[in-house]
Design a protein around this ligand. Structure first.
Ligand SMILES: *Cc1c(COP(=O)(O)O)cnc(C)c1O
Length: 452
């Protein structure tokens, strides 16, 4: 399968090149030339298949032409060693819990899958002997969740070194320990600045000729096809679970399923849209945003107007210029004159106060604990679900990852809150922090990388 650039000014790339390079040379995002339909027989029996079996069929449609079947099966089974259960919250609203992986957030799947696929391409398919012996270096800027998922997904993977850049003092201690205590092939770089400084250092590094001659560099955020496409597994599995539930619950109509995704860079929802093109019967999408409402405004006005991000309590969605917008626009033909109003996508945007209210109301009325990101999804479904529809939102991270915020919000009604920290998270907190101090000056970062 070839991958074209959303900017259409370079030749299509192989999967291998798309994964190793991340971004096309014309700064566009890679898109598969064909989105394969899955057969009706797959959807007829999907409710009887395991998460891994479903994911393998989906992975085969994406990557089967380019990756050996046994290797692909191993990659899928190695990635999905945990569950993504669908949980009833209220009425016809369900939560798809994507926080049962190693770092308790949905990015675990894409990060692990990408680590394994990248390893496959550098080990088995090296185009020359020198390339085979060269280490690939992954640079990732993070405000929390991306860094922990990528660091854990790539931990111990031979031939790849990861540099996680994060803003000093701006990442919660619970998140920080998930990528600063690992050691091995993971280096945490503590930048004296804000998230935007970290991102600028990474972008400058990708564009620096001398650095790129010195070392092979790639990125592991959702611009990379190997990171965002595997997220589609979740949606097929959600459908399978709802279909299974519909056998004993006649209020669930599998042809009336609405999918609501708390979105930041829009990689997750974009993978669901690919799923729909492959035949997954999702009736419509809701993209739920925090106060960073660029996509919401686009749906209302047809104008895409990126802005600097605003800091919110759902900070993994603090994105002012979503990187996957170009992919979604390409998929729906918005750049060729098609109207976003006819795309079957609606939006929602919430202030911090509204997010907090949703978390409190949901907890009081249903007992279900939301994190600030999932709360945007929950609230959007509560407001927009129509009679006869069944909706699921993505609970994208475990509430304990945002313990301070969650406890503060849930305590305001006079009942002190102290949500439990899962063992997996507590284990990270026992480790010793190791990081490299860095200024926000690119010359310093470059000098450091040139010494590696
Ligand atoms: C990354 C993240 C999101 C946003 O996902 P995108 O794919 O960037 O839209 C939402 N919630 C949490 C907890 C995240 O870590």
């Amino acid at each position: 399968m070839k991958y074209y650039s959303t900017n259409h000014s370079v030749e299509p790339a192989t999967l291998r090149d798309a994964v190793i390079k991340g971004l096309a040379a014309d700064r566009g995002l890679f898109m598969p030339e064909v989105i394969k339909q899955l057969p009706q027989s797959f959807f007829d029996s999907i409710q009887d298949l395991s998460f891994q079996e479903i994911a393998y069929q989906v992975a085969e449609a994406f990557f089967g032409e380019d990756v050996d079947a046994d290797a692909l099966r191993n990659i899928v089974y190695d990635t999905l060693s945990f569950d993504a259960p669908i949980v009833h919250v209220r009425d016809n609203i369900y939560s798809l819990e994507l926080f049962h992986g190693p770092t308790l957030a949905f990015k675990d799947v894409g990060a692990r899958f990408m680590a394994r696929l990248l390893q496959y391409f550098i080990k088995n398919n090296a185009q020359s002997a020198t390339e085979n012996s060269r280490q690939v270096n992954v640079l990732v800027a993070t405000s929390g969740d991306t860094g922990s998922a990528v660091a854990n997904g790539f931990l111990g993977v031979e031939g790849i070194h990861v540099y996680v850049l994060y803003p000093k003092g701006k990442v919660s201690p619970i998140q920080e320990c998930q990528f600063t205590t690992l050691g091995q092939n993971i280096t945490a770089i503590e930048v004296d600045g804000v998230f935007d400084n970290c991102q600028a250092l990474v972008k400058n590094a990708f564009m620096d000729k001398e650095l790129n001659q010195h070392m092979m560099l790639t990125s592991a955020n959702s611009i990379n096809v190997a990171r965002f496409l595997p997220q589609a597994f979740y949606y097929f599995y959600a459908y399978a679970q709802l279909k299974r539930l519909s056998k004993s619950n006649p209020s669930i109509d599998p042809s009336q399923i609405v999918c609501c995704v708390p979105s930041g860079n829009f990689g997750n929802i974009c993978s669901a849209m690919f799923g729909q093109r492959m035949g997954l019967p999702i009736k419509r999408f809701i993209a739920a945003n925090n106060a960073n409402d660029i996509f919401y405004k686009f749906l209302q006005t047809g104008h895409y107007d990126p802005r600097p991000s605003i800091q919110t309590i759902a900070n993994a969605m603090d994105v002012g210029d979503p990187s996957n917008f170009a992919r979604i626009a390409d998929l729906y033909g918005w750049n060729k004159g098609k109207s976003p109003a006819e795309s079957g996508i609606s939006g929602a945007t919430y202030t911090d106060d509204q997010i907090a209210t949703a978390m409190r109301q949901c907890h009081t009325e249903t007992g279900y604990l939301l994190d600030p990101h999932g709360a945007c999804g929950y609230q959007a479904l509560t407001e927009q679900l129509q009679p006869g529809e069944t909706g699921f939102f993505l609970e994208t991270a475990h509430p304990a990852k945002f313990k301070d915020t969650v406890d503060r919000i849930l305590s305001t009604d006079g009942n002190p809150s102290d949500i439990a920290i899962p063992d997996r998270l507590a284990a990270f907190m026992k480790g010793t922090k190791q990081s490299v101090a860095m200024s926000r000056d690119f010359a310093d970062f470059k000098a450091y990388l040139l010494e590696q």
